[in-house]
Write a protein that binds this ligand. Structure first.
Ligand code: PGA
Length: 256
């Protein structure tokens, strides 16, 4: 069975005190949960605080971005070694908001993925089509291209340490989730293209998360799809109760 992950992407929310309080509430709310991976991805400035709060629990720490060099004259950037130093195990790469606002291209994403793996951070590579692309029937083609381009040059062994998050741009923060069938179809294509490029084994192990307006009401039907291995949760991860409900529902699904 593939690893199931639920990731809370806090985006640019929460100062240190608020972040610590939210992490504490989530920690308490998830007591008794096991087997699935639950990752909190606060902003850089709250990573150290959240690391302290979640130490020794099920929760793991993720960053929302990184730079590809280990150190040097790169003003304003944060390196993979710095993320490891603060306790991160995961790092999100290529979120559509970064592609949109910071001009992050597929080749930048590829460099970041390689750097993360080199430093033993697990990259959560975000892909997804725009509304216009979906309406033009290009969803699968766009996402396949993003996956191929992001993973290009990796070995099959390296691909075994990658997580993909399918986040259709039209579903992020809009309240419009992809239907479970729509998500499953794209996830299936992601697995096929990965198998094609890297072989069956890494493709079968690859966790593919769905992201885009995930709320407690959507998680059970999403998890019921064969190709959905968890969720990347934005807005709902800022409320401990909603986020913990999402995790519990995913966990219950695991037990079935
Ligand atoms: P959302 O964000 O759940 O608020 O749509 C998801 C994401 O952007 O990761």
């Amino acid at each position: 069975m593939r690893q199931v992950l639920i990731v809370g992407n806090w985006k640019m929310h929460k100062g240190q005190t608020e972040a610590a309080a939210l992490a504490r509430e989530v920690r308490q709310g998830l007591e008794g949960i096991d087997r699935l991976k639950v990752i909190l991805a606060p902003p850089f400035t709250a990573l150290a605080k959240v690391a302290e709060v979640i130490a020794g629990s099920l929760l793991e720490l993720g960053a929302q971005n990184l730079f590809w060099e280990a150190e040097g004259a790169y003003t304003g950037e944060v390196s993979p070694t710095m993320l490891c130093d603060v306790g991160c195990r995961y790092v999100m790469i290529g979120h559509s908001e970064r592609r949109q606002w910071l001009g992050e291209s597929d080749s930048v994403v590829r460099r970041k993925v390689k750097a993360a793996l080199h430093h033993h951070l697990i990259p959560i590579v975000c892909v997804g089509e725009s509304l216009a692309q979906r309406q033009a029937g290009q969803s699968c083609a766009v996402v396949e291209h993003q996956v191929e381009s992001s993973l290009d040059g990796l070995s099959p062994e390296q691909v075994q340490d990658v997580v993909i998050a399918y986040e259709p741009i039209w579903a992020i923060g809009t309240g419009h989730t992809a239907s479970p069938a729509q998500a499953n179809e794209v996830h299936h294509r992601i697995r096929l293209v990965t198998a094609d490029r890297f072989g069956k084994k890494p493709a079968e192990r690859l966790p593919i998360l769905y992201g885009g307006s995930v709320k407690p009401d959507h998680i059970a039907p999403l998890m019921a799809e064969q190709e959905v291995d968890g969720a990347l949760v934005g807005g709902a991860s800022l409320q401990a109760e909603a986020f913990c409900r999402i995790v519990r529902l995913a966990w219950e699904h695991l037990k079935e």
